[in-house]
Design a protein around this ligand. Structure first.
Ligand SMILES: Nc1ncnc2c1ncn2[C@@H]1O[C@H](COP(=O)(O)OP(=O)(O)O)[C@@H](O)[C@H]1O
Ligand SMILES: [Mg+2]
Length: 302
């Protein structure tokens, strides 16, 4: 298959810029290694319309976070009539917003933790009474654990709210779900093998995600086959009801009793050396370059 001239969209202006550059460079090297005429394109440095005026035929979107994973760049690519990888405008925007993702999932019967939207006027004592402690506070439209706090004591809730609110006017508090942390990649209509994440003291934060070797990843995850299959089905359903396309990755917590809950969906998941989709793909016999080519082959519009 000939892909023409491919723009690998990486970097961007979000808080996850640094991660996107790591992901993008890995994608770029893999595409070039397979003979694709691929070039880095950083929308933080160049105006996006140059994707069209420079004669690119398609775009590999490996921007993370806002203005990259949230439908904005996808809208620009639609207008320029450039096919692009991953989800379209609506699904990208929806999946970027953890609150509205939960509203859709609840309506569609996808399990997701109990939550409350927090505002500066919220009665925090009532939130603690309802969700219990510990609880999780997070900005609705951020990624890479940025602005996420596990709140163990009610007295720490205001600071956790302020941290998240500084990132996004939409803040959610969630019940803390104890269990095994899993992630499930979706590729071309199939769930890939689960990856189990074992973080020091359960702290899967920004630093641990990318910059330490403290986190251990297990793939195969060691989850009973029947439960793994059930999580895979739930993830495909969760992906589908958000309108996602081609590839993505959802985060899951599996409780000791075998029940599970979905935290969020990522529409442009990390592709760094520490990243989870490449790990899951490898376990399914798909090496990094094959994965990248499959995602590129899924590029579409509309
Ligand atoms: N409700 C929850 N219960 C337990 N842990 C959670 C919960 N929500 C988030 N976490 C932890 O915080 C991490 C980041 O949260 P997540 O919702 O995946 O946001 P993002 O990855 O976009 O920053 C998760 O990987 C998990 O370790
Ligand atoms: Mg996550």
């Amino acid at each position: 298959m000939s892909f023409g001239k491919v723009a690998v969209l990486m970097g961007g202006t979000s808080a996850e810029r640094e991660i996107s550059l790591l992901s993008g460079n890995a994608v770029l090297a893999a595409l070039r290694g397979r003979g694709v005429d691929a070039h880095a394109f950083d929308p933080a440095i160049r105006p996006v319309w140059e994707i069209k005026s420079d004669g690119f035929d398609r775009a590999f979107v490996i921007l993370h976070g806002r203005q990259g994973e949230d439908g904005t760049i996808q809208g620009a690519l639609e207008l320029m009539e450039i096919p692009y990888t991953g989800s379209g405008v609506m699904a990208s925007a929806l999946a970027m917003d953890k609150w509205r993702t939960k509203l859709v999932w609840q309506a569609a019967g996808v399990p997701t933790p109990k939550y409350r939207v927090l505002t500066p006027e919220s009665d925090l004592a009532a939130v603690v009474a309802e969700l219990g402690l510990p609880l999780i506070v997070k900005p609705a439209r951020e990624g890479s654990s940025i602005g996420v706090t596990k709140v163990a004591a009610a007295a720490d809730l205001p600071a956790a709210f302020d941290l998240a609110y500084g990132r996004d006017p939409i803040v959610i508090a969630e019940e803390f779900v104890a269990g095994q942390e899993l992630t499930c990649a979706v590729l071309d209509g199939k769930a890939l093998p689960l990856v189990r994440i074992e973080a020091p003291e359960g702290n899967y934060d920004y630093q641990n995600k990318y910059f330490t070797d403290e986190v251990r990843y297990h793939c195969p995850a060691g989850v009973a086959a029947a439960i793994e299959a059930e999580i895979g089905r739930a993830m495909l359903h969760a992906f589908d009801v958000l309108g996602c396309r081609s590839w993505g990755r959802g985060d899951v917590i599996l409780r000791a009793d075998g029940s599970f809950t979905l935290l969020e969906m990522n529409t442009a998941p990390g592709m760094t050396g520490h990243s989870l989709v490449p790990m899951a793909a490898r376990a399914a016999g798909i090496d990094f370059a094959d994965l990248v080519l499959r995602v590129l082959a899924g590029a579409a519009r509309g």
